[in-house]
Design a protein around this ligand. Structure first.
Ligand code: AHR
Length: 522
Protein backbone atom coordinates (compact mmCIF):
# COMPACT_ATOMS: atom_id res chain seq x y z
CA UNK A 1 0.00 0.00 0.00
CA UNK A 2 2.77 2.34 1.01
CA UNK A 3 4.57 1.55 -2.25
CA UNK A 4 1.60 2.14 -4.52
CA UNK A 5 0.78 5.36 -2.70
CA UNK A 6 4.36 6.42 -3.21
CA UNK A 7 4.21 5.69 -6.91
CA UNK A 8 1.01 7.69 -7.28
CA UNK A 9 2.73 10.52 -5.47
CA UNK A 10 5.71 10.21 -7.73
CA UNK A 11 3.50 10.37 -10.80
CA UNK A 12 1.87 13.47 -9.37
CA UNK A 13 5.30 14.95 -8.91
CA UNK A 14 6.23 14.07 -12.47
CA UNK A 15 3.07 15.72 -13.75
CA UNK A 16 4.00 18.94 -12.01
CA UNK A 17 1.85 18.76 -8.90
CA UNK A 18 3.44 20.25 -5.82
CA UNK A 19 1.04 18.62 -3.35
CA UNK A 20 2.15 15.27 -2.07
CA UNK A 21 0.02 14.78 1.03
CA UNK A 22 2.39 11.96 2.00
CA UNK A 23 4.12 12.26 5.31
CA UNK A 24 7.85 12.39 4.71
CA UNK A 25 7.72 13.21 1.01
CA UNK A 26 7.23 16.93 1.06
CA UNK A 27 8.52 18.74 -1.99
CA UNK A 28 11.60 20.66 -1.00
CA UNK A 29 13.67 22.92 -3.23
CA UNK A 30 16.38 20.35 -3.77
CA UNK A 31 14.79 16.98 -4.16
CA UNK A 32 15.61 13.88 -6.16
CA UNK A 33 12.83 11.30 -6.11
CA UNK A 34 14.16 7.83 -6.97
CA UNK A 35 11.69 5.10 -7.95
CA UNK A 36 13.55 1.94 -7.01
CA UNK A 37 11.04 -0.78 -7.83
CA UNK A 38 10.36 -0.17 -11.50
CA UNK A 39 13.70 -0.37 -13.35
CA UNK A 40 13.80 0.79 -16.94
CA UNK A 41 16.26 0.40 -19.82
CA UNK A 42 19.66 -1.19 -19.39
CA UNK A 43 22.40 1.44 -19.28
CA UNK A 44 24.69 -0.04 -21.91
CA UNK A 45 28.18 -0.44 -20.59
CA UNK A 46 29.29 0.99 -23.93
CA UNK A 47 28.27 4.45 -22.70
CA UNK A 48 31.49 4.27 -20.68
CA UNK A 49 33.63 3.77 -23.80
CA UNK A 50 36.90 5.49 -24.70
CA UNK A 51 38.56 6.81 -27.82
CA UNK A 52 42.20 6.41 -28.90
CA UNK A 53 43.40 8.25 -31.98
CA UNK A 54 46.78 8.49 -33.63
CA UNK A 55 47.03 12.03 -32.38
CA UNK A 56 49.81 13.63 -30.36
CA UNK A 57 50.92 11.31 -27.57
CA UNK A 58 47.73 9.30 -27.32
CA UNK A 59 48.96 6.12 -29.03
CA UNK A 60 52.70 6.74 -29.40
CA UNK A 61 54.13 7.45 -25.94
CA UNK A 62 50.82 7.34 -24.08
CA UNK A 63 49.86 3.74 -24.77
CA UNK A 64 52.49 2.28 -27.03
CA UNK A 65 56.16 2.44 -26.10
CA UNK A 66 57.36 -0.66 -27.96
CA UNK A 67 58.76 -3.89 -26.57
CA UNK A 68 62.30 -2.52 -26.31
CA UNK A 69 61.32 0.45 -24.15
CA UNK A 70 62.75 0.93 -20.66
CA UNK A 71 59.23 1.82 -19.56
CA UNK A 72 57.74 -1.42 -18.19
CA UNK A 73 55.41 -2.81 -20.83
CA UNK A 74 53.45 -5.81 -21.98
CA UNK A 75 53.95 -6.54 -25.67
CA UNK A 76 54.97 -2.86 -26.07
CA UNK A 77 51.95 -1.45 -24.20
CA UNK A 78 52.95 0.52 -21.12
CA UNK A 79 51.98 -1.27 -17.91
CA UNK A 80 51.13 1.75 -15.78
CA UNK A 81 48.50 2.92 -18.27
CA UNK A 82 47.23 -0.61 -18.85
CA UNK A 83 46.76 -1.35 -15.15
CA UNK A 84 45.09 2.01 -14.48
CA UNK A 85 42.68 1.53 -17.38
CA UNK A 86 41.71 -1.92 -16.13
CA UNK A 87 40.27 -0.27 -13.01
CA UNK A 88 37.86 1.67 -15.22
CA UNK A 89 36.36 -1.50 -16.74
CA UNK A 90 36.72 0.07 -20.18
CA UNK A 91 33.91 -1.56 -22.20
CA UNK A 92 35.13 -0.60 -25.67
CA UNK A 93 37.94 1.36 -27.25
CA UNK A 94 37.55 3.30 -30.49
CA UNK A 95 40.54 3.40 -32.87
CA UNK A 96 42.37 4.63 -35.03
CA UNK A 97 40.49 7.98 -35.21
CA UNK A 98 38.87 10.52 -35.54
CA UNK A 99 40.00 12.41 -38.58
CA UNK A 100 43.06 10.17 -38.69
CA UNK A 101 40.82 7.19 -39.48
CA UNK A 102 39.84 8.62 -42.83
CA UNK A 103 43.51 8.84 -43.83
CA UNK A 104 44.52 5.45 -42.41
CA UNK A 105 45.36 2.52 -44.64
CA UNK A 106 45.38 -0.50 -42.41
CA UNK A 107 47.76 -2.57 -44.51
CA UNK A 108 50.50 -0.03 -43.65
CA UNK A 109 50.24 -1.23 -40.06
CA UNK A 110 50.62 -5.03 -40.34
CA UNK A 111 53.53 -7.39 -40.84
CA UNK A 112 57.03 -7.17 -39.35
CA UNK A 113 57.36 -3.80 -37.65
CA UNK A 114 60.71 -3.02 -39.26
CA UNK A 115 59.16 -3.33 -42.70
CA UNK A 116 56.09 -1.18 -42.10
CA UNK A 117 55.65 1.97 -44.15
CA UNK A 118 56.22 5.23 -42.29
CA UNK A 119 53.50 7.77 -42.85
CA UNK A 120 52.95 11.45 -42.15
CA UNK A 121 50.04 12.21 -39.83
CA UNK A 122 48.66 15.03 -41.92
CA UNK A 123 45.85 15.94 -39.53
CA UNK A 124 47.73 16.03 -36.29
CA UNK A 125 51.04 17.84 -36.17
CA UNK A 126 52.46 16.57 -39.46
CA UNK A 127 54.61 14.08 -37.58
CA UNK A 128 56.01 10.92 -39.13
CA UNK A 129 54.75 7.66 -37.65
CA UNK A 130 56.49 4.32 -38.13
CA UNK A 131 53.23 2.39 -37.96
CA UNK A 132 54.60 0.16 -35.21
CA UNK A 133 51.13 0.31 -33.63
CA UNK A 134 48.69 -1.31 -36.04
CA UNK A 135 45.87 -3.81 -36.14
CA UNK A 136 47.60 -6.60 -34.18
CA UNK A 137 48.87 -4.22 -31.50
CA UNK A 138 45.45 -2.61 -31.11
CA UNK A 139 43.69 -5.96 -30.85
CA UNK A 140 46.27 -7.06 -28.25
CA UNK A 141 45.51 -3.89 -26.29
CA UNK A 142 41.79 -4.66 -26.28
CA UNK A 143 42.54 -8.22 -25.15
CA UNK A 144 44.72 -6.95 -22.30
CA UNK A 145 42.02 -4.49 -21.28
CA UNK A 146 39.27 -7.07 -21.65
CA UNK A 147 37.27 -4.66 -23.78
CA UNK A 148 35.61 -4.68 -27.18
CA UNK A 149 37.37 -3.22 -30.18
CA UNK A 150 35.54 -0.36 -31.85
CA UNK A 151 37.21 0.05 -35.23
CA UNK A 152 36.65 3.13 -37.36
CA UNK A 153 36.97 2.36 -41.07
CA UNK A 154 38.26 4.75 -43.73
CA UNK A 155 35.58 6.15 -46.05
CA UNK A 156 37.21 9.54 -46.72
CA UNK A 157 40.26 8.27 -48.61
CA UNK A 158 39.87 4.51 -48.61
CA UNK A 159 38.16 2.05 -50.90
CA UNK A 160 35.29 -0.29 -50.38
CA UNK A 161 37.64 -3.19 -51.01
CA UNK A 162 40.12 -1.94 -48.42
CA UNK A 163 37.47 -1.72 -45.72
CA UNK A 164 35.88 -5.04 -46.68
CA UNK A 165 39.29 -6.73 -46.53
CA UNK A 166 39.99 -5.27 -43.09
CA UNK A 167 36.82 -6.85 -41.76
CA UNK A 168 37.77 -10.12 -43.45
CA UNK A 169 41.32 -9.97 -42.05
CA UNK A 170 40.00 -9.32 -38.57
CA UNK A 171 37.04 -11.65 -38.32
CA UNK A 172 37.03 -14.40 -40.92
CA UNK A 173 37.81 -18.00 -40.02
CA UNK A 174 37.67 -19.23 -43.62
CA UNK A 175 40.62 -19.89 -45.86
CA UNK A 176 41.04 -16.71 -47.92
CA UNK A 177 43.77 -14.30 -49.04
CA UNK A 178 43.15 -12.04 -46.03
CA UNK A 179 43.04 -14.82 -43.47
CA UNK A 180 46.23 -16.33 -44.91
CA UNK A 181 47.86 -12.91 -44.58
CA UNK A 182 46.71 -12.67 -40.97
CA UNK A 183 48.16 -16.09 -40.23
CA UNK A 184 51.46 -15.12 -41.86
CA UNK A 185 51.49 -12.21 -39.42
CA UNK A 186 51.19 -14.53 -36.46
CA UNK A 187 47.48 -14.67 -35.70
CA UNK A 188 45.65 -17.90 -36.57
CA UNK A 189 42.28 -17.34 -34.96
CA UNK A 190 39.99 -14.54 -36.10
CA UNK A 191 39.22 -11.85 -33.58
CA UNK A 192 35.73 -10.78 -32.61
CA UNK A 193 34.90 -7.24 -33.65
CA UNK A 194 31.43 -5.97 -32.88
CA UNK A 195 31.61 -2.21 -33.25
CA UNK A 196 32.65 -0.92 -36.67
CA UNK A 197 32.21 2.67 -37.85
CA UNK A 198 31.71 3.38 -41.53
CA UNK A 199 33.72 6.61 -41.70
CA UNK A 200 34.24 9.50 -39.31
CA UNK A 201 32.89 13.05 -39.58
CA UNK A 202 32.21 12.59 -43.27
CA UNK A 203 30.48 15.97 -43.19
CA UNK A 204 33.95 17.41 -42.42
CA UNK A 205 37.43 15.86 -42.32
CA UNK A 206 36.08 12.56 -43.63
CA UNK A 207 35.38 13.92 -47.13
CA UNK A 208 33.22 17.05 -46.73
CA UNK A 209 30.22 15.12 -48.00
CA UNK A 210 26.60 16.09 -48.04
CA UNK A 211 24.25 13.88 -46.05
CA UNK A 212 22.68 12.50 -49.25
CA UNK A 213 26.06 11.64 -50.77
CA UNK A 214 27.32 10.06 -47.56
CA UNK A 215 24.12 8.05 -47.25
CA UNK A 216 24.76 6.45 -50.63
CA UNK A 217 28.46 5.91 -50.00
CA UNK A 218 27.73 4.37 -46.62
CA UNK A 219 25.24 1.98 -48.24
CA UNK A 220 27.91 0.84 -50.66
CA UNK A 221 30.61 0.36 -48.01
CA UNK A 222 28.26 -1.24 -45.53
CA UNK A 223 26.93 -3.72 -48.09
CA UNK A 224 30.43 -5.14 -48.36
CA UNK A 225 31.11 -5.51 -44.65
CA UNK A 226 30.33 -9.15 -43.99
CA UNK A 227 29.49 -11.02 -40.85
CA UNK A 228 32.12 -13.77 -40.95
CA UNK A 229 32.39 -16.92 -38.87
CA UNK A 230 29.72 -16.01 -36.34
CA UNK A 231 31.00 -12.46 -35.86
CA UNK A 232 28.15 -9.97 -35.85
CA UNK A 233 29.06 -6.41 -36.81
CA UNK A 234 27.29 -3.45 -35.25
CA UNK A 235 27.79 -0.90 -38.05
CA UNK A 236 27.90 2.70 -36.93
CA UNK A 237 27.06 5.22 -39.64
CA UNK A 238 28.63 8.64 -39.43
CA UNK A 239 26.03 10.78 -37.74
CA UNK A 240 25.51 14.47 -37.18
CA UNK A 241 27.77 17.24 -36.10
CA UNK A 242 26.11 18.47 -32.91
CA UNK A 243 22.58 19.64 -33.55
CA UNK A 244 22.42 18.93 -37.31
CA UNK A 245 19.10 17.05 -37.29
CA UNK A 246 18.91 17.27 -41.07
CA UNK A 247 21.83 14.85 -41.32
CA UNK A 248 20.07 12.42 -38.99
CA UNK A 249 16.80 12.81 -40.91
CA UNK A 250 18.53 12.01 -44.21
CA UNK A 251 20.04 8.80 -42.88
CA UNK A 252 16.96 7.70 -40.97
CA UNK A 253 14.12 8.44 -43.38
CA UNK A 254 14.97 6.02 -46.16
CA UNK A 255 14.37 2.39 -45.18
CA UNK A 256 17.10 1.20 -47.56
CA UNK A 257 19.67 3.49 -45.95
CA UNK A 258 18.44 2.75 -42.46
CA UNK A 259 18.83 -0.97 -43.04
CA UNK A 260 22.57 -0.55 -43.59
CA UNK A 261 23.53 0.42 -40.04
CA UNK A 262 22.71 -0.46 -36.45
CA UNK A 263 23.97 2.73 -34.84
CA UNK A 264 24.47 6.34 -35.79
CA UNK A 265 27.19 8.48 -34.27
CA UNK A 266 26.96 11.94 -32.73
CA UNK A 267 29.90 14.25 -32.01
CA UNK A 268 29.63 17.15 -29.62
CA UNK A 269 32.43 19.08 -27.95
CA UNK A 270 32.08 21.86 -25.37
CA UNK A 271 34.30 24.67 -26.58
CA UNK A 272 34.15 27.51 -24.13
CA UNK A 273 34.93 30.91 -25.76
CA UNK A 274 34.51 29.46 -29.29
CA UNK A 275 36.85 27.60 -31.65
CA UNK A 276 39.17 30.53 -32.32
CA UNK A 277 40.22 31.36 -28.80
CA UNK A 278 38.88 28.44 -26.73
CA UNK A 279 40.06 28.82 -23.13
CA UNK A 280 42.75 27.57 -20.81
CA UNK A 281 42.15 24.17 -19.19
CA UNK A 282 43.54 25.36 -15.86
CA UNK A 283 43.44 29.17 -15.76
CA UNK A 284 39.81 30.14 -15.79
CA UNK A 285 37.32 32.15 -13.80
CA UNK A 286 33.78 31.41 -12.69
CA UNK A 287 32.39 32.68 -16.00
CA UNK A 288 34.24 29.94 -17.88
CA UNK A 289 33.40 27.37 -15.20
CA UNK A 290 29.71 28.19 -15.57
CA UNK A 291 29.84 28.46 -19.36
CA UNK A 292 31.51 25.05 -19.65
CA UNK A 293 28.64 23.40 -17.78
CA UNK A 294 26.05 25.36 -19.72
CA UNK A 295 27.58 23.97 -22.91
CA UNK A 296 27.88 20.47 -21.41
CA UNK A 297 24.19 20.47 -20.49
CA UNK A 298 23.27 21.40 -24.08
CA UNK A 299 24.00 17.81 -25.10
CA UNK A 300 20.74 16.81 -23.44
CA UNK A 301 18.76 18.98 -25.88
CA UNK A 302 20.91 17.81 -28.78
CA UNK A 303 20.28 14.16 -27.93
CA UNK A 304 16.56 14.87 -27.57
CA UNK A 305 16.43 16.51 -31.00
CA UNK A 306 18.05 13.49 -32.67
CA UNK A 307 15.91 11.12 -30.64
CA UNK A 308 12.81 12.87 -31.94
CA UNK A 309 13.90 12.18 -35.52
CA UNK A 310 14.93 8.61 -34.77
CA UNK A 311 11.70 7.91 -32.89
CA UNK A 312 9.70 8.84 -35.98
CA UNK A 313 11.41 6.26 -38.19
CA UNK A 314 12.44 3.74 -35.56
CA UNK A 315 9.83 3.79 -32.80
CA UNK A 316 11.00 0.40 -31.52
CA UNK A 317 14.43 1.89 -30.88
CA UNK A 318 16.39 -0.72 -32.77
CA UNK A 319 19.01 1.85 -33.83
CA UNK A 320 21.41 3.21 -31.25
CA UNK A 321 22.73 6.74 -30.92
CA UNK A 322 26.47 6.43 -30.32
CA UNK A 323 28.03 9.62 -28.94
CA UNK A 324 31.49 8.50 -29.99
CA UNK A 325 33.22 11.85 -29.42
CA UNK A 326 32.39 14.13 -26.51
CA UNK A 327 34.12 16.25 -23.89
CA UNK A 328 35.74 19.61 -23.16
CA UNK A 329 38.05 21.06 -25.78
CA UNK A 330 40.36 23.72 -24.35
CA UNK A 331 43.50 25.46 -25.63
CA UNK A 332 46.60 23.27 -25.60
CA UNK A 333 48.98 23.61 -22.66
CA UNK A 334 51.45 26.44 -23.28
CA UNK A 335 54.60 25.24 -25.03
CA UNK A 336 53.05 22.07 -26.43
CA UNK A 337 52.49 21.27 -30.12
CA UNK A 338 49.15 22.86 -31.14
CA UNK A 339 48.47 19.80 -33.31
CA UNK A 340 48.72 17.45 -30.33
CA UNK A 341 45.69 18.74 -28.38
CA UNK A 342 47.32 18.16 -24.99
CA UNK A 343 45.33 19.78 -22.18
CA UNK A 344 45.33 19.51 -18.39
CA UNK A 345 42.27 18.31 -16.57
CA UNK A 346 40.71 19.88 -13.46
CA UNK A 347 37.80 19.54 -11.08
CA UNK A 348 35.80 21.30 -13.80
CA UNK A 349 36.41 18.34 -16.13
CA UNK A 350 35.35 15.93 -13.40
CA UNK A 351 31.99 17.67 -13.14
CA UNK A 352 31.72 17.74 -16.94
CA UNK A 353 32.21 13.97 -16.96
CA UNK A 354 29.51 13.53 -14.31
CA UNK A 355 27.06 15.77 -16.19
CA UNK A 356 27.57 13.93 -19.46
CA UNK A 357 27.47 10.42 -18.01
CA UNK A 358 24.32 11.26 -16.05
CA UNK A 359 22.69 12.55 -19.24
CA UNK A 360 23.72 9.48 -21.25
CA UNK A 361 22.36 7.24 -18.48
CA UNK A 362 19.06 9.12 -18.61
CA UNK A 363 18.83 8.39 -22.36
CA UNK A 364 19.70 4.71 -21.97
CA UNK A 365 16.82 3.61 -24.20
CA UNK A 366 18.42 5.32 -27.23
CA UNK A 367 22.03 6.15 -26.35
CA UNK A 368 23.75 2.80 -26.72
CA UNK A 369 27.33 3.98 -26.62
CA UNK A 370 29.59 6.96 -25.99
CA UNK A 371 33.33 7.55 -26.18
CA UNK A 372 35.01 10.39 -24.35
CA UNK A 373 37.70 12.18 -26.36
CA UNK A 374 40.31 10.93 -25.71
CA UNK A 375 41.79 8.23 -23.51
CA UNK A 376 45.41 9.39 -22.94
CA UNK A 377 47.14 12.77 -23.45
CA UNK A 378 44.54 14.25 -25.81
CA UNK A 379 41.65 16.60 -24.94
CA UNK A 380 39.65 15.50 -21.86
CA UNK A 381 41.86 12.53 -21.04
CA UNK A 382 41.52 10.12 -18.18
CA UNK A 383 45.31 9.67 -18.09
CA UNK A 384 48.27 11.93 -18.83
CA UNK A 385 51.83 10.69 -19.36
CA UNK A 386 55.24 12.32 -19.62
CA UNK A 387 58.05 9.92 -20.46
CA UNK A 388 57.84 7.28 -17.71
CA UNK A 389 55.49 9.30 -15.49
CA UNK A 390 51.75 8.88 -15.39
CA UNK A 391 48.98 10.79 -13.68
CA UNK A 392 45.28 10.00 -13.29
CA UNK A 393 43.06 12.98 -14.01
CA UNK A 394 39.90 14.05 -12.14
CA UNK A 395 37.96 12.73 -15.16
CA UNK A 396 39.54 9.31 -14.57
CA UNK A 397 38.18 9.22 -11.04
CA UNK A 398 34.65 10.02 -12.19
CA UNK A 399 34.77 7.19 -14.74
CA UNK A 400 35.93 4.81 -12.01
CA UNK A 401 33.24 5.96 -9.58
CA UNK A 402 30.49 5.79 -12.23
CA UNK A 403 31.35 2.37 -13.64
CA UNK A 404 28.79 0.89 -11.21
CA UNK A 405 26.15 2.05 -13.71
CA UNK A 406 27.53 -0.18 -16.48
CA UNK A 407 24.80 -2.60 -17.61
CA UNK A 408 22.66 -1.65 -14.60
CA UNK A 409 19.02 -0.65 -15.17
CA UNK A 410 18.05 2.97 -15.17
CA UNK A 411 15.76 4.09 -12.36
CA UNK A 412 13.17 6.75 -12.90
CA UNK A 413 14.08 9.95 -11.09
CA UNK A 414 12.55 13.36 -10.69
CA UNK A 415 14.96 16.15 -9.87
CA UNK A 416 13.84 19.51 -8.53
CA UNK A 417 16.75 21.73 -7.68
CA UNK A 418 17.72 25.30 -7.21
CA UNK A 419 19.25 27.23 -10.08
CA UNK A 420 22.88 28.10 -10.36
CA UNK A 421 22.89 31.61 -11.75
CA UNK A 422 25.83 33.51 -13.13
CA UNK A 423 25.78 36.84 -14.95
CA UNK A 424 22.07 36.55 -15.53
CA UNK A 425 22.22 33.03 -16.99
CA UNK A 426 20.82 30.02 -15.23
CA UNK A 427 21.52 26.29 -15.17
CA UNK A 428 20.45 23.59 -12.69
CA UNK A 429 22.84 23.34 -9.77
CA UNK A 430 22.56 19.55 -9.57
CA UNK A 431 23.12 16.72 -12.05
CA UNK A 432 21.90 13.22 -11.18
CA UNK A 433 21.00 9.73 -12.33
CA UNK A 434 20.27 6.42 -10.62
CA UNK A 435 20.39 2.74 -11.51
CA UNK A 436 19.92 -0.67 -9.96
CA UNK A 437 22.46 -3.40 -10.68
CA UNK A 438 22.06 -7.17 -10.98
CA UNK A 439 22.65 -7.60 -7.26
CA UNK A 440 19.84 -5.21 -6.38
CA UNK A 441 22.18 -2.41 -5.34
CA UNK A 442 21.08 1.10 -6.17
CA UNK A 443 23.62 3.71 -7.22
CA UNK A 444 22.81 7.39 -7.25
CA UNK A 445 25.35 9.67 -8.91
CA UNK A 446 25.19 13.36 -8.13
CA UNK A 447 27.19 16.45 -8.96
CA UNK A 448 26.99 19.90 -7.41
CA UNK A 449 27.87 22.41 -10.13
CA UNK A 450 27.90 25.38 -7.81
CA UNK A 451 31.50 26.27 -6.87
CA UNK A 452 30.57 28.22 -3.76
CA UNK A 453 27.65 26.52 -2.09
CA UNK A 454 26.96 23.26 -0.31
CA UNK A 455 23.56 21.90 -1.31
CA UNK A 456 21.44 19.49 0.68
CA UNK A 457 19.46 17.13 -1.53
CA UNK A 458 16.57 15.14 -0.18
CA UNK A 459 16.09 11.82 -1.99
CA UNK A 460 12.90 9.90 -1.22
CA UNK A 461 13.62 6.35 -2.38
CA UNK A 462 10.32 4.87 -3.42
CA UNK A 463 9.24 1.25 -3.67
CA UNK A 464 12.07 -0.59 -1.90
CA UNK A 465 13.75 -0.37 1.46
CA UNK A 466 17.50 -0.19 1.92
CA UNK A 467 19.43 -0.62 5.14
CA UNK A 468 23.00 0.10 4.16
CA UNK A 469 24.25 3.31 2.61
CA UNK A 470 27.81 4.05 1.55
CA UNK A 471 29.29 6.81 -0.51
CA UNK A 472 32.32 8.13 -2.34
CA UNK A 473 33.16 11.73 -3.16
CA UNK A 474 35.44 13.62 -5.51
CA UNK A 475 35.91 17.24 -4.62
CA UNK A 476 38.61 19.89 -4.41
CA UNK A 477 39.32 23.15 -2.66
CA UNK A 478 39.49 25.15 -5.89
CA UNK A 479 37.65 25.01 -9.21
CA UNK A 480 40.88 24.53 -11.14
CA UNK A 481 42.54 21.94 -8.89
CA UNK A 482 44.37 19.34 -10.98
CA UNK A 483 46.81 16.47 -10.67
CA UNK A 484 50.27 17.07 -12.06
CA UNK A 485 53.22 14.74 -12.57
CA UNK A 486 54.70 16.13 -9.35
CA UNK A 487 51.51 16.25 -7.30
CA UNK A 488 49.47 13.32 -8.46
CA UNK A 489 46.88 13.22 -5.68
CA UNK A 490 45.51 16.75 -5.41
CA UNK A 491 42.11 15.60 -6.70
CA UNK A 492 41.30 12.09 -5.58
CA UNK A 493 38.21 10.24 -4.37
CA UNK A 494 37.50 9.75 -0.68
CA UNK A 495 34.93 7.93 1.41
CA UNK A 496 31.80 10.01 1.89
CA UNK A 497 29.63 10.11 4.97
CA UNK A 498 27.69 13.34 4.43
CA UNK A 499 24.31 11.63 4.32
CA UNK A 500 21.51 10.30 6.50
CA UNK A 501 18.85 7.70 5.72
CA UNK A 502 15.58 7.93 7.64
CA UNK A 503 12.13 6.56 6.81
CA UNK A 504 13.14 5.86 3.24
CA UNK A 505 14.49 9.35 2.67
CA UNK A 506 18.15 9.73 1.90
CA UNK A 507 19.50 13.20 2.65
CA UNK A 508 22.79 14.08 1.01
CA UNK A 509 24.90 17.11 1.84
CA UNK A 510 26.70 17.80 -1.39
CA UNK A 511 29.75 20.00 -0.89
CA UNK A 512 30.31 22.73 -3.45
CA UNK A 513 31.93 21.55 -6.71
CA UNK A 514 31.67 17.87 -5.92
CA UNK A 515 30.77 14.55 -7.49
CA UNK A 516 29.24 11.92 -5.22
CA UNK A 517 28.16 8.33 -5.82
CA UNK A 518 25.90 6.74 -3.21
CA UNK A 519 25.29 2.99 -2.93
CA UNK A 520 22.14 1.61 -1.31
CA UNK A 521 21.89 -2.05 -0.40
CA UNK A 522 19.33 -4.11 1.51
O1 AHR B 1 39.10 14.25 -31.18
C1 AHR B 1 39.77 15.12 -32.03
C2 AHR B 1 39.09 15.26 -33.38
O2 AHR B 1 37.86 15.87 -33.22
C3 AHR B 1 38.79 13.99 -34.11
O3 AHR B 1 39.85 13.50 -34.82
C4 AHR B 1 37.68 14.39 -35.02
O4 AHR B 1 36.82 13.34 -35.34
C5 AHR B 1 36.99 15.52 -34.27
O5 AHR B 1 36.76 16.61 -35.07
Amino acid sequence: MKNSLSIILFLLLMSGSESTGQKGIAVTVNQLVVVANNPGAIISKDIYGHFSEHLGACIYGGIWVGKESKIPNTYGIRNDVLFALRELKVPNLRWPGGCFADTYHWKDGIGPQSKRASIVNTYWGGVTEDNSFGTHEFMKLTELLGCDAYINGNVGSGTVREMAEWVEYLTSGSDSPMTRLRKENGRDEPWKVRLFAVGNENWGCGGNMTAEFYGNVMRQFSTNLNNYSGNQLYRVACGPNGSDVQWTETLMKDPGTRAMFQGISLHYYSVVNGWDSKGSATKFDEREWFETFRLNLEIDNIIKSHEAVMNRYDPDKTKGLIVDEWGNWFSVEPGTNPGFLFQQNTMRDAITAAINLNIFNQHADRVKGANIAQIVNVLQSVILTENDKMVLTPTYHVFRMFNVHQNARLLKTDLRCEDYTFAGKTIPSISASASVDNNGKVHISLANLNPGKQITVSCPVIGEEYKTVTGEILSASTMNAFNSFDKTDVVKPAGFSGFTMKDGILTVNLPSKSVVVIELSK
